[in-house]
Design a protein around this ligand. Structure first.
Ligand SMILES: NC(=O)c1ccc[n+]([C@@H]2O[C@H](COP(=O)([O-])OP(=O)(O)OC[C@H]3O[C@@H](n4cnc5c(N)ncnc54)[C@H](O)[C@@H]3O)[C@@H](O)[C@H]2O)c1
Ligand SMILES: [Zn+2]
Length: 349
């Protein structure tokens, strides 16, 4: 299980965690951006004296076997042993790939995650999923293996661009929807245009605790962990749809649009309150805009939904809500219902 530390002083928190783990050699993994913007916040710690970060190219397109092999090579040639320790400093790309590198090097060495994007704070760095993309398939190769600790410090978010803030915030909205009224109301009232980092830190802590609770109940995703798929059946279809266009979108934008669709289905099929749904749709449209699809795109979007890896035996699997926190997993919908959902997405409110 993850040990999640909410930090307001990354240097002290990291020193403490590192001192708890006996090791012969310390490694730190960054991407080119976090090497430049995030590593300086911890660089002068005594434990990093003489330590040059292993640095890999940024973003998901580099979450590949080639990059992984580079990390293994660096660990190996610098004299890493099974008693070494790896710190991953970056977004989900770095924590996924670094977690997998640590899990496989010398049959597994301990690692600590320091997520530096909002998405990786509330989602990618907790839950124990590690891995890489392979043969054009996302997260095709990987293992479940939790880090020794995850240190969350919203200080890192000050350099993160607004689209990536919004991308992570969509997962927080999802966590709010599957938890309760109080958490969700705070999310809808938060001013994303003028971020209060102190308040965001406590909201991140709440959000991660929601994910942790669900992962703990079902670590290998046989049942209730599917709650975390809310917004993702339609969301993944939008994400793949945009990949085929000249303008790909960040994951969280697709999830936010997926939430619009799946809250609509939740209203029509599971009794989710309509006013609550409309309020959420309005918040999402104001902050994320919309995706300009037409009726001609429905067959492709439908096909993308049926190919989602969460499905069994050709039916589309949704997670829906009867209300905030009232989770209905393994729901399905007909083609007609999905087309109506897409009508709502285009014209809703
Ligand atoms: N393991 C899981 O459970 C899980 C869950 C969700 C997503 N993921 C994975 O996470 C990845 C996406 O994560 P992400 O959204 O964090 O993307 P990312 O790691 O690619 O980061 C996005 C961009 O932000 C930059 N960046 C990172 N921290 C920064 C900072 N503090 N200031 C400025 N720029 C910064 C990065 O260099 C990169 O260019 C995907 O590979 C996805 O598959 C994994
Ligand atoms: Zn997601």
């Amino acid at each position: 299980m993850n040990k999640v530390i909410i930090s307001t002083d990354i240097r002290t928190a990291l020193t403490q965690e590192i001192s708890e783990l006996p090791h012969d050699k310390l490694f730190i993994l960054c991407d080119e951006t976090t090497r430049r913007l995030c590593f300086p916040l911890v660089q002068s710690l005594p434990c990093f004296t003489g330590v040059e970060p292993i640095t890999i190219p940024a973003t998901d397109t580099h979450k590949t076997l080639e990059t992984l092999a580079h990390v293994w090579t660096e660990l190996s040639t610098a004299g890493g042993t099974r008693h070494s320790l790896l710190v991953n400093l970056g977004g989900g790309m770095v924590t996924d790939l670094g977690g997998f590198a640590a899990s496989t090097f010398k049959r597994g060495i301990p690692y600590i995650n320091i997520p530096t994007t909002l998405l990786s704070m509330v989602d990618a760095s907790v839950g124990g999923k590690t891995g890489i993309n392979f043969n054009g398939l996302k997260n095709e190769i990987g293992v479940f293996n939790a880090p020794h600790a995850v240190i969350l410090d919203t200080e890192f978010l000050r350099t993160l661009d607004h689209p990536n803030i919004l991308s992570g915030y969509a997962e927080m909205l999802k966590h709010g929807l599957i938890s309760n009224e109080k958490n969700f109301a705070e999310l809808l009232n938060f001013d994303l245009g003028n971020i209060d980092y102190h308040q965001l830190s406590s909201m991140v802590a709440t959000s991660v605790a929601i994910k942790e609770r669900i992962v703990q109940a079902d670590p290998l995703e046989h049942g209730i962990r599917k709650a975390l798929n809310l917004g993702h059946t339609a969301g993944h279809a939008f994400e793949s749809f945009c990949l085929q266009s000249p303008t790909p979108v960040l994951h969280g934008y697709a999830v936010a649009w997926g939430l619009i669709c799946e809250l609509y289905l939740s209203c029509t099929k599971a009794g989710f309150p309509t006013d609550r749904m409309r309020q959420t749709v309005q918040f999402i449209k104001e902050n994320y805009g919309t995706l300009p699809i037409t009726c001609d795109d429905y067959p492709l979007l439908y096909q993308l939904m049926t190919h989602d890896k969460k499905n069994t035996a050709g039916t589309i699997n949704f997670t829906l809500l009867g209300n905030l926190g009232d989770i209905h997993i393994n729901q399905t919908a007909t083609r007609e219902e999905i087309y109506q959902m897409l009508d709502f997405f285009r014209e809703g409110l």
